[in-house]
Structures are given as C-alpha cells and as structure tokens.
Design a protein around this ligand. Structure first.
Ligand code: 5GP
Ligand code: ZN
Length: 114
C-alpha cells in the first residue's frame, strides 16, 4: 500500500533498524523505544488491524509470535520476561494501520497497562 508507513519501511523507502527479515516478516526497532528492547514485528502483507484478519492469516500471526520469542531469546530476555502487544484502534492507541506486534523487554513492565 503506497501511503502506509510500514509498507514503506518494508520496501526500504524509509530507513528502519531491521533486526530480522524473512519471506513473510520484517522486524525493526521502534523509533520511540518504550523499553531497552522494543521491536516491531511486521508482516510484509498489508493488513490494517486485527479486525481485518482472516483464517488464511492464522499461520502468519503464529509466525509473528514465534519471531518475537526468538528475538527475545536472541537478546537474552527469554528467561527474565518480555511483553508482546497488538494495539487495535483508537482506545488502544493504534497509530499505524498495518498490523505490528510490539516486543518489549529489558525492564519491569507494569500490569495493568496504562
Ligand atoms: P501503535 O501505536 O500503532 O501500536 O505502534 C506504532 C509504533 O510505530 C509506535 O510505537 C511508534 O513509535 C512507531 N513508529 C512510528 N513511526 C515510525 C517510524 O518511522 N519508524 C519506526 N521504526 N517506528 C515508528
Ligand atoms: Zn502497510
């Protein structure tokens, strides 16, 4: 999608600090990190929000979580702990309408979230 920020990062039109990429996913550091490790795991496929998922995306979404776990392990946070978050629409604070899984680690994370 031409006017989507994350499609532009995936295409290389906007620079991103990429930490992982494969045929289906690109993971890059959040530009405003909220924890020592804050990575966005993004499918190459443009899907605006979780409300737009279909059953054909089930394996893709599963691979996003497996990517998050692998990156947490790679950065040494898998035993300390980490958080994975999808924000959806206004009250959850979604600001980029191309689904992305936040991976946050490296500090104690409060619950409930704000
Ligand atoms: P959301 O609020 O939609 O759940 O998350 C969007 C995230 O994208 C935010 O955490 C924000 O800091 C991040 N972000 C916004 N613009 C850019 C950008 O140009 N590059 C990167 N790497 N992250 C961005
Ligand atoms: Zn997009």
């Amino acid at each position: 999608m031409t006017d989507c920020l994350f499609c532009k990062v995936i295409a290389g039109d906007i620079p991103g600090a990429i930490v992982h990429q494969d045929g289906a996913l690109v993971a890059f550091k959040d530009i405003t990190p909220q924890a020592p490790l804050h990575v966005l795991i993004v499918p190459r496929k443009h899907i605006p929000s979780l409300n737009d998922l279909s059953s054909e995306d089930d394996a893709l979404v599963g691979s996003m979580f497996r990517c998050a776990a692998a990156l947490a392990k790679q950065h040494g946070y898998h035993e300390r702990g980490y958080r994975t978050v999808f924000n959806t629409n206004r009250e959850a604070g979604q600001s980029v309408f191309h689904i992305h899984l936040h991976l946050l680690a490296g500090r104690a994370l409060a619950w409930p979230p704000g």
